[in-house]
Design a protein around this ligand. Structure first.
Ligand code: UDP
Length: 330
């Protein structure tokens, strides 16, 4: 019999890629999403889309009551760092209370596996590079703090209720799934690669480079970009690992390689054949100079290694943005 997986936040950017992969691998997929930032059109291959808020217990009773759920993958969260600083309670509400609500339903309905969407922002300013899972976690914004709080909640729920979990700390997700026709559509958009794509399309006059006086090879910040399809594959491996071993864990999901802002823009110029004007602007507050993942633990325990490099990430981002200049709006 097909396994049933609940993807909370499955209409969002990473969640929708997860849904497409699960459907491709013959899972029965149920999506719960309040469509605040997600898109109905992004949900491809799900058995059912439940529209509602994960903090609404009556809504969760419907989702868990009508389906025999084997495992939950939780992407339902707010993820804008700047907004989290302005409105931390929104983040504690959506991200922490949201996770608590789903875990309570899991406990009540006897669902024992959760793959949780965490973030490299749990580390804050890193002690060293590449960053390992055991390194200090000291988030510098409420977004990272709420994700770290949920990791703590998961640890105690594992001990008390036997809900096993994998918390996956993403580095910089990018790219798209051209075959499924899904990609990144945030409003407002704040991430580098989609903004570079919009500049290539002529929707923006230039891309701002936020600071060129960092202690890096060309003075611009270095990040670890990971293809969204590789991310989705890691979630599936994590779910299978929980199924097989029942061993909970925290894993970095990154490529292990860093690229500077200038290198991203240069790659995008090659891939798109467009000029992509760039202008140096002041630093953005709170940006560490370098964030690179060690992905050794995910390789050793989950058997995950990313298959797609920067060229494919940018090429797939370009396929999505050039084919959908207004995102899911047409
Ligand atoms: N960045 C930039 N210009 C932009 C957006 C981002 O120079 O218009 C830089 C940002 O300072 C960071 C990197 O690009 O060093 C990646 O930023 P993004 O917001 O995509 O992801 P983050 O690393 O903040 O999660």
């Amino acid at each position: 019999m097909k396994k049933t997986v609940l993807v909370a936040g499955g209409a969002g950017y990473i969640g929708s890629h997860m849904v497409a992969l699960l459907a491709e691998r013959d899972y029965h997929v149920i999506v719960a999403d309040n469509l605040c930032t997600g898109h109905r059109e992004a949900v491809k291959g799900a058995g059912k889309l439940y529209v509602g808020d994960i903090r609404d217990r009556a809504f969760l009773d419907r989702v868990f009551g009508e389906n025999q759920i084997d495992g939950v993958i939780n992407f339902a969260a707010c993820s804008l760092v700047g907004e989290s600083v302005q409105d931390p309670l929104k983040y504690y509400g959506n991200n922490v209370a949201g996770a608590q609500s789903i875990l309570t339903a899991m406990k009540d309905y006897g669902v024992k596996k959760m793959v949780f969407s965490s973030t490299a922002a749990t580390y804050g300013e890193p002690e060293k590079q590449p960053i390992e899972e055991g390194d200090r976690t000291d988030p510098t914004n409420p977004y990272g703090a709420t994700k770290l709080a949920v990791e703590g909640m998961l640890k105690w729920c594992d001990r008390a209720y036997g809900i096993h979990y994998a918390a996956l700390r993403y580095f910089n997700a990018a790219g798209s799934n051209p075959e499924a026709g899904i990609g990144e559509d945030h409003d407002p958009e704040s991430h580098l690669i989609p903004l570079v794509m919009k500049t290539a399309l002529g929707q923006r006059e230039h891309i701002g480079i936020f600071g060129e006086d960092y202690p890096t090879r060309d003075g611009t910040c270095i990040r670890d970009y990971i293809h969204v399809r590789d991310l989705a594959e890691a979630h599936l491996l994590a779910l299978e690992h929980l199924e097989k071993t029942g061993e909970s864990g925290i894993f970095n999901l990154g490529s292990g390689t860093g690229y500077s802002v200038r290198e991203i823009i240069e790659t995008a110029r090659k891939v798109t054949g467009k000029e992509i004007p760039a202008k140096v602007e002041p630093r953005r507050g709170g940006d560490p100079s370098i964030l690179i993942a060690s992905n050794q633990k995910a390789a050793a325990v989950l058997g995950w290694t990313p298959k797609r490099g920067l060229g494919e990430i940018v090429a797939d981002a370009w396929t999505w943005h050039s084919g959908h200049p207004n995102g899911y709006g047409g």
